[in-house]
Design a protein around this ligand. Structure first.
Ligand SMILES: Nc1ncnc2c1ncn2[C@@H]1O[C@H](COP(=O)(O)OP(=O)(O)O)[C@@H](O)[C@H]1O
Ligand SMILES: N[C@@H](CCOP(=O)(O)O)C(=O)O
Length: 318
């Protein structure tokens, strides 16, 4: 659970009532998550999630909140931010940017089957298409420039061998980003952090995607790589699970066919996804922030996934 900023019952009650969301009945810190402060809040009108943003600014947040609103309006099951009387969906609480969204039904599938992976693949493709006419633009703030600037910081916490791998991969991704094939990749708003704990299921059916606060304008292929690295690898080995990955990719392609460049660059995208989360986990682990309860994720897991991606590149066959 991550609660960086404590909110009392009375503070939450006044805040929700000002948004016309009813009388607060219950408030509870949300288990899971490492980025923001999340509370489950139940009122006499419904169940909501109250988020206080800990790293993102008032300038950055409209991109994410309006993206969720846009996708919800296109029928993609994502939380829809609640508007205040003036129509704003970005609010302020305890001097922090804040938002309230509807609570999605269901639970996370932490041991997904091929069917769950197919559900995610299909909805991801639908989300990519729905985002194409989203008018706002903000880069993926955890993209290549961030990896380049953060790698020197985390390198101090790695062994010489790990450092060599990390720097080698970084050089490889900078090289790929300059290639003509990379420049042709289809792009749009992507989720960029669609892990098992950011998707809800009920009775085996997908009920929603949430946690859009790493979203940004980037290649659809990067989003696919991030998903395959989480949904379609074995834990704890980090080994590729071909059955789940094939189900994911077939379902994705039933909605949007991958281009030739995407098929060629899939192995590079899988390495990119592993590198991104290895760097961020090293960063979170070795430079932790103050929180009431915060469970840092294991950086070693993405080092293993990266090594697996290098040792056994996954090429598309169908
Ligand atoms: N809209 C939502 N509906 C249902 N549960 C949610 C919703 N948003 C967040 N949660 C719950 O809160 C937890 C933390 O949220 P998350 O967005 O992952 O936090 P963080 O931004 O800190 O990573 C999730 O694991 C989930 O259980
Ligand atoms: N999914 C990332 C970390 C971001 O945490 P989240 O709870 O916002 O998904 C990871 O696993 O490293």
């Amino acid at each position: 659970m991550a609660v960086f900023t404590e909110v009392s019952f009375d503070e939450a009650a006044a805040f929700l009532s000002a948004l016309d969301l009813g009388q607060l009945q219950n408030i509870k810190g949300a288990a899971g998550g490492i980025e923001n402060t999340n509370y489950f809040v139940d009122t006499d009108q419904g169940q909501y999630v109250l988020t206080l943003f800990e790293r993102l600014t008032f300038e950055q947040l409209p991109f994410y909140l309006h993206l969720m609103k846009h996708l919800a309006g296109c029928g993609i099951p994502v939380p829809n931010p609640a508007a205040g009387k003036n129509g704003d969906i970005l609010h302020k609480l305890k001097d922090k940017p804040a938002a309230v969204v509807n609570k999605l039904r269901g639970h996370s599938e932490l041991a997904p089957t091929a069917d769950h992976c197919a559900g995610v693949g299909e909805m991801l493709a639908r989300m990519h298409l729905a985002g194409l006419d989203y008018p706002h633009h903000q880069p993926n703030l955890r993209g290549l420039p961030w990896w380049n600037s953060t790698a020197p910081v985390v390198l101090q916490h790695t062994t010489a061998e790990q450092g060599k791998l990390l720097l080698g991969e970084l050089a490889y991704q900078n090289h790929i980003a300059e290639s003509s094939a990379y420049k042709t990749l289809p792009r749009g708003p992507i989720h960029a952090d669609l892990f098992r704990d950011n998707v809800m299921f009920e009775d085996g059916r997908l009920t929603g995607f949430f946690d859009f606060y790493f979203a940004g304008y980037d290649t659809f292929l990067f989003d696919i790589g991030v998903c395959l690295n989480d949904w379609c690898v074995d834990l704890p080995t980090g080994r590729h699970d071909a059955g789940r990955a094939d189900a994911f990719l077939a379902a994705y392609q039933s909605v949007r066919k991958l281009t030739a460049a995407e098929r060629t660059l899939l192995p590079a995208a899988l390495r990119a996804g592993a590198l991104r989360f290895w760097i961020s986990r090293l960063w979170d682990f070795h430079l932790p922030r103050e929180a009431t309860v915060l469970q840092a994720h294991d950086p070693g897991h993405f080092e293993r996934v990266l090594r697996e991606r290098l040792a056994h590149p996954v090429r598309m066959t169908a």
